[in-house]
Design a protein around this ligand. Structure first.
Ligand SMILES: Cc1cc2nc3c(=O)[nH]c(=O)nc-3n(C[C@H](O)[C@H](O)[C@H](O)COP(=O)(O)O)c2cc1C
Length: 325
């Protein structure tokens, strides 16, 4: 069980926010295959200030998605607070504040990972958002802006300050902002967070690519939970697999090729609901690598799926390799 404020999840893991991936389509499939909670990719908080555009957006969670949290990004405490309540009002069940994003344009705007250099503003954002929403509130941090002592001091200062302001969990990715995706995530710093703040829910992230590793990390780190990020791309089955192993059952077999093909097409069709055909085909290509990994002919399948230039060609490739569509 994983407690996030007044919400309890029956398993200690959920779908991480992944910009450009965890939109409605991926969330529906993650939910179907056992994720107890999913997240949007990061969303600019100021979007909520443009009411007309905000209400037209397609990101409001549907009934078939289960519990969905919104992750918001910004450096202005007032805007973040207003955005948080706007997201809750359209149906999101939790709010996560992004103090992690390492993208240069985000850092230039003094938000995301930049806030790890500015504990005062980061903590003020938590305070303002906390007073604007009563749903579970979490923050996502990287383990410091860089590896310097000064950076780590600021990191701990933010953790402590956010807890004092009433945040319900700290979600920590054990790489610094500067590291991007180099090196392995540091799980020792995550365990240290748990021993420094034993009363706070601490959730870890980093290099959780399969069910075995996830369960091992959950057991060895002493953390309350973990989030599944890249490991779930083109692999919604990871949630059921992790569920089974966590509960002491054998890991289920990967579904038959026909079911894999059906999921692939369903994923594409959900993406196509909100995009013109060419855009949806291009956008969907990045999922082909993950899905084809489960096929015995993965290289050939991947090449065909990626080469598809239209809806018809996607269907033809799926028919050829998965026998459905
Ligand atoms: C393509 C991509 C997009 C991501 N988008 C977000 C995001 O929108 N918000 C966020 O907090 N983290 C984001 N992350 C970070 C992940 O949530 C996660 O913390 C990180 O990938 C480490 O976990 P992993 O090594 O198991 O993938 C993103 C990561 C990737 C690879």
């Amino acid at each position: 069980m994983l407690r996030l404020g007044n919400i309890s999840l029956d398993v200690p893991f959920y779908q991480a926010p992944l910009s450009g991936y965890t939109d409605r389509a991926m969330r529906v499939l993650a939910h179907k295959y056992g994720a107890p909670l999913t997240y949007t990719g990061v969303i600019l908080a100021k979007i909520a200030l443009h009411k007309k555009a905000f209400n037209r957006l397609f990101f409001q969670p549907g009934d078939d998605e289960g519990l969905v949290g919104a992750q918001i990004l910004g450096g202005d405490p007032d805007v973040m607070a207003e955005a948080a309540s706007a997201f809750v009002n359209v149906g999101f069940g939790l709010i996560d504040l992004n103090f992690a994003c390492p993208a240069p344009k985000v850092l230039r705007r003094q938000s995301g990972g930049y806030l790890l250099k500015d504990p005062e503003t980061a903590i003020k954002i938590v305070r303002f958002v906390r007073s604007s929403v009563s749903c579970p509130l979490t923050i996502k941090l990287r383990a410091g802006f860089d590896k310097s002592q000064e950076s780590m001091d600021k990191f701990w200062q933010i953790c402590k300050g956010a807890i004092a302001e009433g945040v319900d969990a700290l979600v920590i990715h054990g790489r610094s902002v500067k590291e991007l995706y180099r090196n392995k995530g540091d799980w020792e710093v995550l365990s240290e967070a748990k021993s420094r703040f034993p009363q706070t829910t601490i959730i870890g992230s980093g290099d959780l690519m399969d069910a075995e590793t996830i369960v091992e990390r959950l057991k060895s780190s002493g953390l309350d939970g973990v989030i599944i990020a890249r490991g779930a791309i083109g692999n919604p089955w990871i949630f059921n697999e992790t569920r089974a192993l966590w509960k002491g059952r054998p890991k289920p077999e990967i579904p038959q090729l026909t079911e894999q093909g059906e999921v692939y097409l369903k994923h594409y069709e959900m993406i196509a609901e909100t995009r013109p055909m060419l855009k949806s085909v291009r956008y969907f290509r990045k999922f082909a690598v993950g899905y084809s990994k489960h096929h015995p002919q993965r290289k050939l399948v991947q090449a065909d799926l990626i080469a598809a230039k239209s809806r018809d060609e996607i269907y033809a490739a799926v028919k050829k390799w998965y026998g459905v569509g």
